[in-house]
Design a protein around this ligand. Structure first.
Ligand SMILES: O=C(O)C(=O)C[C@]1(C(=O)O)C=C[C@@H](O)C=C1
Length: 272
């Protein structure tokens, strides 16, 4: 089985993927859109992508890729994220990391390195590579990246702005592997209409049946300003009658648009 995740090696996504791959092959791409597309095309068995962080919120590129490519979500992985500042020495002038990681450490950077330039790169591991090659760069990433690179030192640990920093990853699989079994479910709703009370109408079928939302997120549809796609997660399986009935009601409401079931899955918390 081949699992694709965000690379190069050493990213947090790589760590989450190791929990799924169980010793099988892990390959890397530098864009989550490309990972989701490759899984949809059947070029990989699994993809592991970040979707949400407790400090910074949604990884919008992942959500948009789920709306664009037909994949199944088969598992959720939650991991604590503890960032370190890595550099050859204190003489750096630029901090390179994934945009999410830079944002998760905003307070630390403003307090300790207010004059540093910030450079968003494709992943934390790409930032580490930058810092290895060039002493004018520091990186934010998992501290273990320094152990594999003798030229790098850990200048500070636990630099995230909240100690309980955690990221949610979803494991995607080809659409035909979509399952109705699991304690959580994700789906995407595109109403393609707009009128007062529409969102309330979309939520009521779940409230009426005691189905708890764990997340509702709107993303621009890209069609026109003010037109949205809704990403919804519930704490119930698609196999459950209450979920099926609520989704059937939603399908009636959005007959102009579409509903995509991403699937039901269980959640695992992975510590590393
Ligand atoms: O750059 C990495 O190491 C990643 O795995 C990406 C990512 C993200 O997309 O949020 C994953 C976990 C952390 O929240 C920071 C970055």
């Amino acid at each position: 089985m081949t699992t694709l995740t965000l690379g190069p090696a050493g990213t947090y996504s790589h760590r989450a993927a190791q929990a799924v791959a169980d010793g099988d092959d892990i390959e890397f791409l530098e864009s989550v859109t490309a990972i989701v597309e490759a899984v949809a095309d059947g070029d990989a068995d699994r993809g592991v992508v970040a979707v949400e962080n407790s400090i910074e919120g949604s990884v919008t590129e992942s959500l948009d890729a789920f709306a664009e490519y037909d994949v199944a979500v088969v598992q959720e992985i939650i991991t604590p994220i503890r960032h370190a500042l890595l550099a050859q020495d204190e003489e750096f002038d630029t901090v390179a990391s994934h945009a999410q990681a830079l944002a998760q450490c905003r307070g630390f950077l403003e307090e300790h390195y207010p004059d540093a330039n910030l450079e968003a790169v494709a992943s934390t591991a790409r930032g580490v590579q930058r810092a290895r090659e060039d002493a004018s760069f520091a990186a934010i990433g998992h501290p273990a990246n320094a152990a594999d690179a003798e030229e790098l030192q850990v200048l500070a640990e636990d630099i995230q702005d909240q100690s309980s920093n955690a990221t949610r990853f979803l494991v995607v699989a080809p659409a035909e592997e979509r399952s109705d079994a699991g304690s959580k479910s994700s789906f995407i709703v595109y109403p393609d209409v707009d009128y007062p009370g529409l969102l309330l109408e979309l939520l009521e079928p779940f409230a009426d049946r005691d189905v708890n939302f764990t997340r509702v997120e709107s993303r621009p549809s890209g069609e026109r300003l003010g037109d949205y796609v809704f990403h919804m997660d519930v704490a119930a399986g698609l196999y459950e009658e209450r979920t099926q009935e609520a989704l059937a009601d939603v399908e009636d409401i959005v007959e102009e648009g579409w509903v995509r079931r991403l699937g039901s899955y269980d959640s695992e918390t992975v510590l590393y």
